[in-house]
Design a protein around this ligand. Structure first.
Ligand SMILES: C[S@@+](CC[C@H](N)C(=O)[O-])C[C@H]1O[C@@H](n2cnc3c(N)ncnc32)[C@H](O)[C@@H]1O
Length: 221
């Protein structure tokens, strides 16, 4: 099957999730809370700074970090998710800002952030776009700035209703390639190509109901 992508497929998912009271954003409350605990543990080593979240969705990670002193900006391709994030920021009285935009052509000037956080977005980006994603992250980082990616690796453990191609490590939905499971070796190769060096990394699971292996890695420009 050819690698067709449609990143706006996430908008259709958010429209369904927004109507479902079990969902607080991309995930339900239990999975969101355990994911935020893992993200919070990792981000505790990063001093509060001006931070951009790529693929911020309904804003939970940015809002969690904004409540801990970060000056957060989030960007996501799904308008329903961005509106949801803006509503949460207003109701929680947090100053985080959320924008509709494509991570492959970020609507921000060069060197405008101290830290870029991959909001579990890079594993949604397929094929040659994956290099563009890292190049854009590096472009908006100031020299010496840092980039955290939180990305599924080493193959899908739970495909759910979606078809999984184990040979290409790609998951399909509605005929589109929607997820890519990279490897640590590929991340190191792609980071080097974008001029980023590894600062620290760790592979961990997130929760029993979400069995994927997740690579947390900090890269420095
Ligand atoms: C797995 S979800 C995670 C959302 C959020 N960071 C969270 O933790 O709840 C990945 C997000 O990436 C967004 N996304 C996918 N492709 C994108 C693109 N090309 N540009 C911007 N956002 C994109 C999706 O809309 C989705 O919100």
């Amino acid at each position: 099957m050819a690698l067709c992508t449609d990143y706006l497929i996430h908008e259709r998912s958010y429209q369904r999730k927004r109507r479902n009271p079990d969902f607080v954003g991309w995930m339900d409350r239990v999975n969101t809370e355990s994911h935020l605990a893992a993200v919070g543990e990792w981000m505790a080593a990063v001093p509060p700074c001006r931070l951009l979240e790529l693929g911020c969705g309904a804003g939970d990670q940015s809002l969690y970090l904004a409540a801990r002193g970060f000056d957060c900006v989030g960007v996501d391709i799904a308008p329903t998710a961005v509106a949801w994030a803006q509503e949460k920021a207003a109701s929680e009285g947090l100053a985080a800002k959320f924008h509709v935009g494509d991570v492959l052509a970020l609507p921000f000037p060069d060197a405008s952030f101290d830290h870029v956080l991959d909001g579990s977005c890079w594993h949604c980006i397929i094929g040659e776009d994956r290099g563009r994603f890292l190049a854009e992250a590096a472009r908006v980082l100031r020299p010496g700035g840092t980039f955290t990616t939180i990305t599924m690796i080493n193959g899908c453990k739970y495909a759910g209703a979606m078809e999984y191609d184990a040979e290409r490590r790609i998951q399909w939905m509605e005929g589109f390639a929607v997820r890519y499971w990279t490897t640590e070796a590929e991340v190191l190769r792609d980071a080097a190509a974008a001029g980023l060096e590894v600062a620290r990394s760790k592979i961990r699971g997130v929760s029993e109901s979400y069995p994927e292996e997740i690579l947390f890695i900090d890269l420095i420009l």
